[in-house]
Each structure stands twice: as C-alpha cells, then as structure tokens.
Write a protein of this length. Structure first.
Length: 648
C-alpha cells in the first residue's frame, strides 16, 4: 500500500480525549470540515453526529470496513491458528484470542486499522480529523502516518474529559477490587439495587444465596441415560405459571424426558436478572439444577483471578494479518479481557467439583457459538469426565463473519471442541464443512426453536407485493447489542423520517433499553411516521413490507412471510449478517441514501420478480431452519446417528 502525499493535515485524536460540548468550536477553529471515526462505540458516534452541524461531514466507512473484513478473514483465522500452536494450554483456550468472539473487538480493530491506513494512503482533500477508540489504534495510525510522511497533528485534547475518564476507570476498578475482598452482607431491602448488583459478583454472596434457598445435599447424577444441559437464565426462562422453559434449547429437554432420559441443568444466571430472585424461581420449577456457584469457593475464585492477571501468551512482535501489524492491538486486547479470562478459568474447578460430587453424565448438551467458555468447558470435561460426550447445538449463528465458529485447520486435534455439533438445518452444516470442519463431527438437525415457521398460517399467507401507490411499512428489528441498535435505528430515521410515503415501526430486542435508545437519538425520532412497537415480531411482520435488520434471525422469519429483508451495514462493527450464507435473497445497504434507493427499487419489483424471490426465499429458510422430523431427538443422543438426507 503506497501513500499519496497530501498538502492537507490529518489531525489525530483519542475518543476519550474529546469533549463533545466544545467539539464543534474546536473543529471550526482549526478549519476541519470532515472527520473519520475508527472505533466500535456506536452510541458515542450517534451522540457526536447529533451535536455537529451539517457542514462538518463524517466520512462513512461501512462499505470499506465490510470489504476489509472479508478480505482479511482467512488470514486472521490462520494467524490465530499459528498462535494456538505456540500457546496450547488451559489459559490459552480459556482466553478470548482463540475464541475470536467478535464482541471482544480484536478482529474489528484490526479491520479498522486497515481501513484507516487505506484512507490515509489515498490522501485527504481537506483538513481531516481521525478519531480512534483505543490507544492501540491511535498509536498504529500515528505510526503509519509518520512512516509515510503524512502531515499530522495531535488534536487538542480536553484535559477535563481525560481526567474524568481516567478517574472513572480508576474508581471503578478500585471499587470492584474492594468489593471482591469484603465479606458479603445481606440486609434485605435496605441495600440499594445498584449495591446489591455489585455484591452479586462475590462468590460467598452467591454461595449463601444457594445455601439459603436450595437443598445442598447433592445426589449423584450419572449413567447411560443421564444428560446435563448447560444453559443461561433470566426472566425469559419462566412461564406465567412459574414453570421452566429453556429459550436456548427450546423443547429439547421435554423431548429427552419423553424418551425416558434423566435431565438436569447447570444454569448460569445472566447479569440482567436478580441472582437471588432467579435462584428462588428456579427451585420452584421442580426441575433439577446444579448451581455452578456452589462448586466454586472464594479461594478458587481468587486463584483464577491471579492466574488471569499473570497470564500473557506468546505473541511475536512482528505479528501481522496480511500487511496489518497486530502486536499493539493484541497486547491491548489481552489487557482488556483479563476479567473474562478469570471468569472462564472457573469452568475447570466447576467441572472438577461436579465430578467429585458424582455428577458424571453420559452427555453434556449446550448451545454453541464458539465462545471461550465452551473451550474451557470442553477442556475440563475431557480431563475430569473423560467418558462424557459433549454435544453442541448451533445457536443460529449462521454468519461467516462469526469467526468463533470457524477454527483454523491448524487447530484441529488441539482445540477443545464438542464431540458433535448439531446445526439447525443442512445449509449451515454445508458451510461449516466447506470451511474445514470434519464431516463426521457436524450433523444437520432441525430448528427446534423455530417450529412456528412451519405452521400453516406462515406458509403462504400474509405474503403480499409492495405497491407503488401505498404507504410502505418498514419494520426495524434490532439485535441484542445496544450500540448496534442505536446505529440501525439512526440510519432508518435519517432515511425515512418525515417522509409520508413510509411508516417506520421499531421493534427492539427484549434486552435493549428503549428509553436509553430514545435518549441517544433524541430529535431523530421526533417524526410522526416513526413508532416503537411491543407486539410479537410475527404479528409485526404480517403488516410489514420491508425489514431492516442486523444480527438477528428475524430475517429468516421475514423471508418465510414474504417480507423483503435489507441488511444494514455498520460504521463501527464487523458485519454479522445471518443471510450472508444465502446472499441472493436479501439486499444490503450502508447509508440512509442506500436505504432510500433500495426501498424505491423494491416498490417497482414486478410480480414475476417477486414471485421468483419468494420461491428462492422459502427454499433457503427450509434449508437453514429445517422443519422437525420424527427422530430429530436421536441426533443428540444416538452416538451412531447418521445424518438425515433432506429432500427439499
């Protein structure tokens, strides 16, 4: 990559050094009329864009980011594979690097660095501000500009903003440090909810809650017909009558029980739920639970904290992905993810404790996304429960950019993986095998959590053609990420807000705070044609013409109901499009202008074009989220089960 020298200056700034309240004035003083954001904070970006005048434009990078992410994908996977060969150990597999979880940002920041280098190399036509979200990105961009003799200056930082940010980080770290070492106290309602949330991370607090609300006389759980399900729990796990349901494994537990299997759970309580309240509710369901915190004492907890704080993998300083240097970003990533490592290391004492208590099931079943805890679980089970088979059920990840699902070929044989991986249908199974997964380890299953897709009323009814002379209903379905949601809604509002030809219905993920979204977007949501909806997504799709989506399975529901899905690319995040494995049935936009063009194009589709699309869409849905069949439970429990051949 060769740089083109420019007479214009590039100003560099770290996000935390910027004071939003006086940014407009500083930009005007320095005659800066355009800027670039290289970071992952969608909410910060939305806030800044809301404060700046229209005369100061941000250069969009969504398309460049997507191109770079796809071009570097295989090289990144292989680079991680090389590091796995160097670092094969308990700590390595429990860390976030080999997991490649997109939400821990390493790959995204490598891609952002590549985009920044490309933009600098192409030169700028006027003074330009480049803002980075981390020190690692700042240092790399600065170094690249200097080496290529680009005229650069450091943007004047806000000393107050920097001081407040540093103080906040220090206070937070010290508070957590102190709380983790204080003996837990319980004073009922006299403790504030915020303080109780902090106390809930303390192992002794959790053990006291379990002892208070649970019969801790644990009976053995083993034998050929014993199956242990690892799952997550929050309010969604409880039906109105107080009975238990599993939103992750769907009807599988009941199906196993119907075949006379013993079923028990290891529930991990999500941070969004009250720990004590959740434990009480679980114990009232009549199901059998082994609470993981009962098997982890304070000593073990601190040992894992210490191991994480001292662990640093071997990372060559000359490391690159393609021609992009990665050492600085990698070391920054390792520092930022130490708490995650300490939490994941707890899986070994958990599994050892379960085994010591006589809990040695024939099988463990859990949902699969390729995350670090799954590696730690598999690593520990092989050592403490060597006769237990692990079966993973794909959590409808689908996108090829969910790199956690794609090991390097160099890692097979050392990477801790489930013995068998069950997909929701043949489409994703074929993708995984084509990417190198051993064929005998991946089995095509069915969509246990999406059986409603194949009800008669969803197969052909409520499918309609967009007409040019009618108001077009655009459904905006957000994913679980707050920042992703803010960015998606902002682009939809900018594209169609105030245009009476369109009606915008926003459906947020249940874990997204709608009030917080409204706070960040402010006046963007003030148009009469924009509303928020609480109705179930299947009802909203019945009246929708177009779906705007990011990382959500709603796009498949839209296909089934004849609603045209448009994936909206991000300016701040690697795109996780669940339809990138079937690109011919969806459309893609990056900017509000793109959205307006596509909406107009879809309104002019002929009946013949739309009917052909519907037929292809239905075919894809059936291959991705296959209907259940009579022996689908056997996929999970039969060691010799051969893959069902679908005729679709």
């Amino acid at each position: 990559m060769r740089s083109q020298k420019s007479n214009n200056t590039i100003f560099l700034a770290l996000q935390n050094d910027i004071n939003p309240s006086n940014l407009q004035r500083k930009l005007e003083t320095l005659d800066i009329r355009q800027w670039i954001y290289l970071g992952e904070d969608s909410t910060w970006l939305a806030e800044i864009e809301g404060l700046l005048s229209e005369q100061i434009k941000r250069i969009p990078i969504a398309d460049q980011l997507d191109t770079v992410a796809n071009n570097l994908r295989h090289q990144f996977i292989d680079w991680i594979g090389d590091l796995s060969l160097l670092n094969d150990s308990r700590e390595w597999w429990a860390s976030e690097m080999p997991a490649k979880n997109p939400y821990f940002m390493l790959y995204e920041r490598i891609c952002l660095l590549a985009v920044g280098r490309e933009l600098i190399s192409n030169g700028v036509d006027k003074p330009t501000l480049i803002v980075t979200s981390t020190h690692g990105l700042f240092e790399e961009i600065s170094s690249f500009a200097t080496k290529n003799e680009i005229k650069t200056k450091i943007f004047p930082k806000s000393q107050i903003n920097t001081f407040l940010k540093i103080s906040q980080d220090v206070i937070q770290r010290q508070l957590i440090y102190i709380l983790r070492r204080l003996p837990p106290i319980q004073k009922g309602d006299r403790i504030s909810n915020n303080y109780k949330k902090l106390l809930e991370i303390h192992p002794e607090f959790r053990r006291k809650v379990i002892k208070k609300n649970t019969d801790t006389n644990i009976k053995p759980f083993s034998g050929e017909r014993s199956i242990l399900l690892f799952t997550f729990v929050d309010h969604r796990n409880f039906l109105p009558d107080g009975s238990y349901r599993d939103p992750y494994l769907g009807p599988l537990p009941q199906m196993l029980k119907a075949k006379a299997y013993e079923v028990a759970y290891v529930p991990r309580v999500l941070y969004t739920a009250s720990y004590e309240e959740t434990i009480k509710k679980l114990n009232q369901t009549g199901e059998r639970f082994f609470f993981p915190d009962w098997f982890i004492n304070k000593k073990t907890w601190f040992e894992c904290q210490k191991a994480a704080s001292h662990y640093t993998p071997i990372i060559p300083e000359t490391s690159t992905v393609g021609d992009i240097p990665t050492y600085r970003l990698t070391m920054e990533h390792i520092t930022q993810t130490r708490q995650s490592l300490s939490d994941t290391l707890l899986y070994e004492p958990l599994i050892a404790g379960l085994a010591a208590a006589g809990i040695k099931p024939s099988q463990i079943i859990h949902t699969v996304e390729g995350h670090s805890w799954e590696h730690a679980l598999a690593w520990s089970v092989k050592r403490h429960m060597p006769n237990t088979i692990i079966v993973g059920y794909d959590n409808v990840t689908f996108s090829r950019m969910v790199l956690s699902m794609f090991p390097s070929q160099k890692e097979y044989g050392i990477r801790p993986l489930p013995d068998r991986l069950v997909t929701n249908g043949p489409l994703y199974r074929d993708i995984l095998i084509n990417e190198g997964r051993p064929e005998d380890q991946v089995i095509s299953g069915c969509a246990l959590r999406h059986t409603y897709l194949w009800k008669e009323q969803l197969e052909g009814n409520n499918i309609h053609n967009i007409q040019e002379d009618k108001i077009i209903n655009i459904l905006v379905a957000t994913a679980i990420g707050f920042g992703d949601s803010v960015e998606l809604i902002a682009k939809a509002a900018e594209a169609f807000g105030g245009n009476c030809d369109y009606k915008i219905i926003i459906k947020c993920h249940p874990l997204v705070n709608i009030d917080a979204v409204k706070k960040y977007l402010g006046s963007l949501l003030s148009y009469d044609n924009i509303t928020f909806a609480n109705e179930p997504i299947d009802l909203l799709l019945q009246s929708a013409d177009i779906l705007l989506y990011t990382y959500t399975t709603v796009c498949y529901e839209a296909l089934q109901m004849g609603v045209a899905p448009i994936f909206v690319r991000s300016e701040t995040f690697v795109n996780l499009d669940k339809l990138d494995i079937a690109p011919g049935v969806r459309w893609v936009a990056a900017t509000p202008e793109d959205l307006r063009i596509l909406a107009s194009k879809l309104s002019f589709m002929s009946i013949e074009e739309r009917d052909a699309w519907k037929q292809q869409a239905s075919f894809i849905v059936k291959r991705a989220l296959a209907p259940t069949f009579s022996d689908c439970t056997n996929i999970f429990i039969d060691k010799n089960y051969k893959n069902k051949q679908y005729i679709i």
